[in-house]
Design a protein around this ligand. Sequence first.
Ligand SMILES: Cc1ncc(COP(=O)(O)O)c(C=O)c1O
Length: 319
Amino acid sequence: MTPVTTPTELRLAKRMARLGTETAFETLAKARALEAQGKSIIHLEIGEPDFDTPTNVIDAGIDAIHKGYTHYTPSAGLPALRETVAAEVTRTHGVPVTAEEVVIVPGGKPTIYFTFTALVEEGDEVIYPNPGFPIYESLINFTGAKPVPLQMREEKDFRLDPNELADLITDRTKLIVLNSPHNPTGSVVTEQDVKDIAAAIGDRDIMVLSDEIYSRLIFEGRHHSLMSLPGWRDRVIMLDGWSKTYAMTGWRVGWLIGPTDAITAATTNKVAAIRRNLVTHHGGSMQGIQPEGRCFAPPAGKDGNACHLLPAQCKHEIL
Ligand SMILES: Cc1ncc(COP(=O)(O)O)c(C=O)c1O
């Protein structure tokens, strides 16, 4: 007898049943529909800054299109942009990063997909923060690996507990996802936390995806990254981008930084290869804003002319 199968089941690959989603976008669509009906809505669903992209960045984008940044670029990104990102991360993280280790990607999110696709497979375990950015769990499931949630507890100010992390690590742990500042709780790891996390992982052959997309939105203290600890540069893949800091969520510019050793060349090149297969490279004009040296410059203060690095701070100063 012919098995009873729905047309959908016949067409879709099995892995599609494992793909989750980010409900914030569905909630946003509902909220926008209510707004269209004239209702006043306070948006708490989406990680969207409450200011617009600064005008100097907009001008740089328009300029880049006029200057011809509208063609194919290398898959890993324009060399000048990769160099600028490398120099900035070297400065902020106190570890040497070269342009070859940087891959420019369309926003922060693709780094999660690229990293999981490049590193993780069935049978592997991936530890990720819970609650956390929902795409981690969705894509761990998609790759066929086992998602291992690490609870972010209120008693710890929603910072992860390194002892609990240590308890979750097994021989199958391939990757650990860290996210500080943390979405959705806003917790920020301390310097001691980072050292304790390093001790919990020890010298096992485990890579870390460090999601630092909110690292420049810290209002007290400073950002700490596992990447900065001695010996960790080669074990961390960094996710960052301009979406949140510069209110550039719609521009889709981010970067992945891979390890420096032989694996990297492998990791970074493989990641570039995945994106070459998918979308060739990131939009040339989006990348073109950087070679002009207009971002990452220190904010100029109150003259209102050169608010490059910290638009949030600039906004406060201008007001
Ligand atoms: C923790 C975290 N990582 C990554 C991203 C993705 O950022 P992007 O919009 O640049 O893809 C978000 C966006 O909300 C986030 O909250």
